[in-house]
Design a protein. Structure first.
Ligand code: TPP
Ligand code: SF4
Length: 296
């Protein structure tokens, strides 16, 4: 994982498949690409077997475009719909048993630090709500308590999508699903509050219909995890199949849910604010002088 792994071995260029050559020549490796440039470069994730209209796929696509150094990034996933797309991306993907993604990422992140020292190698976990808040809950929480420096992204479609519609801890109370026909009896888990209590340095909730916002959250989360501490993003990524959302209504649903109960919120610890400002030139956390605040 470095720029070298996407370069051609001398003499092999002419024999490589066109897709591969396009990736080397027009991909985002070693360049600064943004979501607003999508369509003008070859993306790391282009083809996938997810359902048509799946919001999770859009979110994963945006997240991968937003990685600050894709050539130095490893994704970690687990059973669930998301891994079907993430595993098609042209960056390394580690897949373990269902729910062990944060344990795997802990070891990977530590090992990469020993092997590569100060050279940043980013580890990003992307897993469903079942994998994160139910089956992997203990490993997720303990990785945060141990202050493991990697990013955890929950692809929250509020259901076990890949296995046909069981309720998860993140399903909202009362929701009726194919395999929860009487309606869920308990509240949606507050993983955002738990992430803060467990010591995450950055926590955000986001929906995929604002690409620039997704990009901003992902970049901050990955950069902060390099040196400050664990970071957590919870993304509403509806399952149009299990919630019977018509494909042309998926983005409208995301907007409605965002306005109603999934508002954008961002928590950045003071240490993380100072780090982003000093190390990466972020201006948004710089205190404005009192006079300037008065004029605004
Ligand atoms: C140890 C183990 N138990 C159960 C399964 C079956 N399984 C595969 S995906 C899945 C549910 C995935 O739900 P979620 O994590 O919410 O992801 P989604 O598919 O909704 O994106 C289950 C139970 C498995 N693969 N491994
Ligand atoms: S089952 Fe749901 S979450 Fe899974 S790919 Fe289809 S729409 Fe997406």
């Amino acid at each position: 994982m470095s720029l070298n792994y996407v370069k051609f071995s001398p003499g092999f260029e002419a024999f490589m498949p066109k897709e591969y050559r396009d990736m080397v020549e027009h991909g985002p490796f070693g360049k600064k690409t943004t979501v607003s440039q999508m369509g003008s470069f070859k993306e790391i994730l282009e083809e996938h077997p997810m359902c048509a209209g799946c919001a999770m796929t859009l979110f994963i696509r945006l997240a991968i475009v937003a990685f600050p150094n894709p050539e130095d990034t490893i994704t970690v996933g687990t059973a669930g719909c998301g891994r079907l797309a993430i595993s098609q991306a042209a960056i390394p993907f580690v897949y373990g048993n269902y729910g062990d993604q944060n344990g795997v990422a802990s070891g990977l992140s530590r090992g990469l630090r020993i092997r590569f020292g100060d050279q940043p190698k980013d580890v990003v976990v992307m897993a469903g709500d079942g994998g994160t808040a139910d089956i992997g809950f203990q490993q997720v929480l303990h990785s945060w308590f141990r202050k493991e420096r990697f990013t955890t992204i929950m692809l929250d479609n509020e259901v076990y999508g890949n296995t046909g519609g069981q309720e998860s801890g993140m399903t909202t109370r009362g929701a009726v699903l194919k395999m929860a026909p009487l309606g869920k009896k308990f509240e949606k888990m507050d993983m955002v509050a738990m992430a803060k209590i467990a010591g995450c340095a950055y926590v955000a909730t986001v929906v995929p219909n604002n690409p620039r916002r997704v990009e901003s959250c992902i970049k901050k989360a990955v950069l902060i995890a390099r040196e400050v501490g664990p970071t957590y993003i919870q993304a509403y990524t509806s399952c149009n199949i299990e919630y019977a959302i018509p494909t042309d209504q998926v983005m409208a649903d995301a907007k409605t849910v965002e306005d109603d109960r999934y508002k954008f919120a961002e928590y950045v610890s003071d240490e993380a604010k100072e780090y982003l400002t000093a190390r990466y030139g972020y201006k948004e956390f710089v205190q404005k002088p009192a006079a300037a605040i008065g004029k605004a």
